[in-house]
Design a protein around this ligand. Structure first.
Ligand code: SAH
Length: 268
């Protein structure tokens, strides 16, 4: 018979970073190593999943396009149930849990249910993918401000709907998550708001992973380039003059495959 424990376990909302295992935080790694249960999303890399305590129960909460909200409720329910029977429950999300990761919503539901919960930030793909492509988001000559925005609002996933007019003029660098399917529409909106079609843009797919791919062009050329290369999600789009730095810096970027044993050797 199921006997409820007096004390609830704790749910840790952990950011797994963009993929390269070297970019996982020490706090997050420590939690994975002693977790009783880990519930993880589709974008968490296999290298990170290898850090999980072999005795832990692993549950893939795979979010499928279109079925997001229903599954989200199920995930929250699952977290509440698991916290009843376990001490350390890790909810592992790609990048940072609070950046387009529904972490805020999930955490609020857990708080409402009386479940102890804590967030462990991760490196968000919007910063890491451009960095690994040799694109700094700010630069004294090109940009003193950055906007992070979702390109998925057209599908009704986010509200209020993005004000592209304001975004176009709001900052020098624009970083778009989930924007690949909708990119031609986004470019149209930005151009209508007055952004030049000569503005540089870069797309970084599977950033920080061995399979990282990049595409650079301008707002005028990128749609055709994407089609020619069959470039698909998941990718980050970076728009702005900072993209010019790609030419200079991409040659010395980390290649995604970092040999941690070698790094340790060098450090010691
Ligand atoms: N919480 C995540 C974002 C989740 S939204 C974070 O902080 O990174 C999912 C979107 O993130 C994808 O559609 C894609 O735009 C972006 N993304 C996630 N991982 C990525 C990666 N390794 N490379 C490029 N883009 C990535």
């Amino acid at each position: 018979m199921h006997t409820e424990r007096e004390e609830l376990g704790k749910v840790y909302l952990v950011g797994a970073g963009p993929g390269d295992p070297g970019l996982m935080t020490l706090k997050g790694k420590g939690l994975l190593e002693c977790a009783d249960v880990v519930i993880y999303d589709a974008l968490v890399s296999s290298a990170i999943l290898m850090m999980i305590n072999p005795q832990a129960e692993k549950i893939h909460a795979g979010k499928r396009r279109g079925r997001h909200s229903l599954i989200q409720e199920e995930i929250t329910q699952l977290l509440i149930e698991k916290a009843r029977d376990n001490t350390i429950v890790v909810r592992l999300k790609g990048g940072d849990p609070f950046v387009f990761g529904r972490g805020g919503e999930e955490m609020a539901d857990l708080v409402k249910a009386g479940v102890p919960v804590e967030v462990v930030p991760g490196i968000t793909s919007g910063i890491a993918a451009p960095a690994y492509a040799g694109i700094p988001l700010t630069h004294r000559s090109y940009s003193s401000s950055v906007t992070f925005v979702t390109g998925h609002e057209a599908a009704g996933k986010y509200s209020p709907v993005v004000n592209w007019q304001a975004i176009a003029h709001g900052s020098e660098t624009i970083v778009i998550y989930m924007g690949i399917h909708n990119l031609p529409h986004i470019i149209e909106q930005l151009h209508a708001a007055g952004l030049s079609l000569e503005t540089p843009i870069a797309l970084v797919r599977w950033g920080t992973r061995p399979e990282q791919e990049e595409l650079t062009g301008t707002l005028a050329t990128i749609a055709a380039q994407m089609e020619a290369k069959e470039f698909s999600a998941p990718a980050i789009a970076v728009i702005g003059k900072v993209v010019k730095m790609h030419e200079i810096l991409s040659s010395c970027r980390p290649l995604g495959k970092i040999d941690m044993a070698h790094v340790t050797e060098v450090i010691n």
